[in-house]
Design a protein. Structure first.
Lengths: 250, 278
């Protein structure tokens, strides 16, 4: 490899880290609605795997993020109702994401860029925390898990082609991970929390069972290995699942 | 073609006894060398990250095969350290890191098998009811001027949850530091010396204020993971650890020396007042 080629590949790795860093920041800012356009490929075969299934294609990806955005809007409205003095006069845009946390710091990156530089693969660990509104009000959760992604170089930018976003621990803070989730007394202003329904995956299936003391040990998604071109490696996408590549586990 | 003087280490902290920071003015790398060194840093960090995934996945035998040194002289001097000492040589490392671990996992499986005879005591069931993640983050890495070795420091923040047959678990957040000497073999970085310092443990669901302020390492619920090292000595004392982190940080260096290494011949864990006497 020439030094220019080496530098270019290093820049690819850096850009992919930046992409994931921006996306992580957008979770904090509650910009899920913008994520498909900002970070995702325009390819027809994009896929997003979450613990309970796969969202497929452009419509599936939008359905997932629109569902998240609808949840954020509904939770924001409830917080606004709960704090009329502070928030009562604010517009929907102004209260979007108010009172929420969703930190998804990502680290422990392992990234491989294909020799042909058309695709890349990366995996990260997530150790974060987020809040969710239940009928009792906001509850904070520890979140430990993984992002594993195939990237494609498209219109002079790296974009997400296939993404696995899998939680290993998603449990309320202040409680042992295996303890029955404590229930708190309901509050009238958050009564609608039970009515929030997230969209079902296009392919409902158990991609990863979150941790319990009865669950068999589960490894991370497989680590990327050096590869020349995408057909020579495994996929983090749903097509990998269909080809029985066992993309999910190391 | 010679390039401009490297700025590697230009922002380095104050020199310590034994540092050779003065050579910085003279370091000239070619453009090719500089590009290689950029990649060396990236790949060095990613090697330690790969370790974290293997460690998380309990793929310990595979880790030793895939990521650790292979050349005989490196294998003989390789080390894995915890707070209480060093396992020295790849055979000793494997004895603890692979064999002792497997014994521990079989021990944890036993109560499950007793509670439910349908659960077989076999390798496939190891880790039943367990979960763990060991991140490596905030990396600090320097490549020796000769390009043959690298020194790494990072945080190791994670958790372990050890399930019980009744459906409960002992779950812990753990905090510590990672140090590593990496060495090039056939153009690839390999782990030569790895130090997994454990600073403190917090039981999940426990308030920080309820965690003992001064808990001896021997009473730390995760201290059993250290085992009994080949060379028993204090590598890290959580009571005073942060005092000497500054001394142990990787910093610019010309070539590998045992004294500045993270192996058993290094100074890791020595209080500053003992180092000054050297």
């Amino acid at each position: 490899m020439t030094k220019e080629e080496k530098l270019s590949r290093w820049e690819d790795v850096r850009e992919i880290k930046n992409l994931m860093g921006r996306m992580s920041a957008d979770y904090v800012l509650k910009k899920e609605k913008q994520m498909p356009d900002r970070y995702w490929s325009k390819a027809d075969d994009v896929s997003l795997g979450v613990n309970n299934g796969y969202f497929l294609g452009q419509d599936g990806i939008r359905k997932y993020y629109d569902g998240q955005d609808a949840r954020i809007c509904a939770e924001s409205a409830m917080i606004q109702t709960a704090f009329p003095q502070e928030l009562g006069s604010k517009s929907k845009e102004e209260v979007h994401g108010v009172g929420m946390i969703d930190y998804k710091p990502i680290d422990t990156a392992v990234i491989e860029v294909a020799q042909d530089r058309k695709t890349a693969k990366g995996i990260w660990m997530i150790r974060g925390s987020h809040s969710q509104i239940l009928t009792c009000g906001p509850v904070a959760y520890w979140e430990w898990g993984y992002f594993a992604a195939d990237f494609v170089y498209e219109e002079k930018e790296w974009k997400i082609w296939h993404l696995l976003y899998l939680s290993e621990i998603d449990h309320p803070c202040g409680q042992p991970f295996t303890k029955e989730r404590l229930s708190f007394k309901g509050r009238a202003e958050f009564a609608n929390a039970d009515k929030i329904v997230l969209p079902e995956p296009d392919v409902p299936m158990q991609v990863r069972e979150t941790y319990s003391a009865k669950r068999p040990f589960q490894r991370s998604p497989r680590l990327p290995q050096p590869y020349r071109t995408f057909t020579e490696t495994f996929s983090y996408g749903y097509e990998g699942e269909l080809r029985h590549e066992k993309p999910r586990f190391a | 073609m010679k390039s401009h003087a490297s700025r590697e280490g230009a922002a380095c902290v104050t020199a310590l006894p034994g540092d050779d920071i003065g050579r910085r003015d003279e370091m000239i790398f070619t453009e090719e060398e500089r590009v290689d060194r950029i990649w060396d840093k990236e790949n060095g960090v990613q090697l330690v990250n790969r370790h974290s995934f293997y460690y998380t996945n309990d793929m310990r035998r595979e880790e030793l095969d895939d990521l650790w040194v292979k050349e005989p002289e490196h294998m003989a001097t390789a080390s894995l350290a915890y707070n209480n000492g060093y396992y020295v040589g790849m055979d000793e490392i494997a004895r603890h890191y692979v064999a002792d671990r497997e014994e521990t996992l079989y021990g944890r499986l036993e109560p499950y098998c007793q509670a439910d005879p349908r659960i077989e005591k076999c390798r496939d069931n190891l880790g039943l009811g367990a979960s763990q993640m060991h991140t490596s983050t905030t990396p600090l890495i320097y490549i020796a001027d000769d390009g043959k070795t690298a020194q790494y420091q990072g945080y190791q923040i994670g958790y372990q949850s050890i399930g019980k047959a009744d459906g409960s678990a002992d779950s812990y957040f753990e905090f510590g530091l990672i140090y590593a000497d990496l060495v090039k073999e056939n153009g690839q970085w390999k782990i030569w010396h790895l130090v997994l310092e454990h600073d403190h443990t917090v039981e999940a669901g426990t308030l920080y204020e309820d965690v003992p302020v001064l808990r001896p390492d021997s009473e730390d619920p995760l201290a059993g993971d250290y085992g009994i090292p080949t060379k028993q000595q204090t590598v890290y004392n959580p009571f005073f650890g942060w005092e000497y982190v500054y001394q142990d940080m990787p910093r610019p260096y010309s070539t590998y020396t045992e004294t500045r290494s993270y192996g058993p011949g290094g100074e890791l864990g020595k209080p500053y007042y003992e180092r000054d006497k050297r």
